[in-house]
Design a protein around this ligand. Structure first.
Ligand SMILES: [Zn+2]
Length: 293
């Protein structure tokens, strides 16, 4: 790999400083993408193989830094591809830094595959859609509060193994990414999946984590946000009751509360969302994440 290519890999990445010492020749890092061609809305992950646990792995996709963790004889990092991300090729770069060894690097491009989302037309009572200025301000402040939560990246990985459905039954959740037209006007796309369930149905934690937020917001209603570490969050909206508190550690399958119709909901259901940082990703992709451990 040429020095020019290496500089491209490291642009916008903290590794640049580590390499400023002049280490330019070196081996290529062994990087595998899962899936090979991630779709818009996916939770993808990179596996950097053959890396000792003590090594430092750094990298970025499209200039956004990745957070790596030790995994299966190497290191791995999640990449959330927001449901409104533009399809197409993005540059990525990775560097493996070990004491007394030349850095190993790799770079390439990954193509975000387009995905067709459904269009949903809803009719809702006007007061739920046309907000008075106070309510509008409230909704904006609440959205900002959620974004602030998602921007905080807990350094430890708290989740382990597979993610589990947050409610019983077998019917898949619906509506991820749906472009919503409410009372004839286009609105922001639907960021999660909905499970239609009777009022009071228990809602459980999709994986181990820490309760990052419990509150009652205008659109989401009574809500719980779980922090699974490394920027991964799951969201549970429109709850009837909540049985956990902020800061509490929860195990996979532990009850968080029950299904309700609080906030802007036309009937009892669970809205289940997933975030990798500020990227809104398909919770179904999270449930299918094949990162075994
Ligand atoms: Zn929903």
């Amino acid at each position: 790999m040429s020095g020019v290519a290496r500089a491209g890999v490291l642009a916008g990445c903290v590794v640049a400083g580590a390499l400023a010492g002049g280490a330019l020749a070196g081996e290529r890092a062994d990087v595998v993408w899962h899936p090979t061609h991630p779709r818009v809305g996916d939770v993808a992950w990179l596996h950097v193989r053959n890396v000792p646990e003590a090594a430092r792995v750094e990298g970025s996709v499209d200039g956004r830094p990745l957070t790596f963790f030790p995994y299966a004889g190497g290191h791995a990092a999640l990449l959330g591809i927001d449901l409104e991300a533009k399809p197409g090729a993005r540059p990525w770069g990775v560097a493996v830094l070990e004491p007394e060894r030349e850095p190993r690097t790799a770079r390439g491009t990954v193509r975000f595959v387009p995905r067709r989302f459904p269009v949903e037309r809803l009719t809702l009572p006007r007061p739920m859609v046309e907000l008075d200025p106070d309510t509008e301000r409230r909704a904006v402040a609440e959205a900002q509060r959620l974004t602030a939560v998602f921007r905080a990246i807990t350094a430890d990985r708290l989740w382990r193994g597979r993610f589990t459905r947050p409610v019983g039954g077998t019917l898949p959740g619906t509506g991820f990414g749906a472009r919503r037209i409410i009372n004839g006007a286009p609105r922001s796309p639907h960021g999660g999946i909905d499970y239609s369930m009777p009022l009071g149905t228990p809602v459980v934690a999709a994986n181990t984590g820490r309760v990052a937020l419990v509150d009652e917001f205008f659109f989401p209603g009574r809500l719980v946000v779980l922090d699974h570490g490394l920027g991964l969050y799951t969201l549970y909206f429109h709850l009837d009751s909540v049985t956990v508190s902020e800061g509490e550690r929860v195990e996979r399958g532990q009850t968080l509360g029950s299904v309700g119709a609080s906030g802007r909901a036309t009937g009892p259901h669970l809205h289940f969302g997933a975030q990798v940082g500020t990227a809104r990703v398909d919770p179904a992709a999270l449930l299918g994440l094949a990162l075994g451990d």
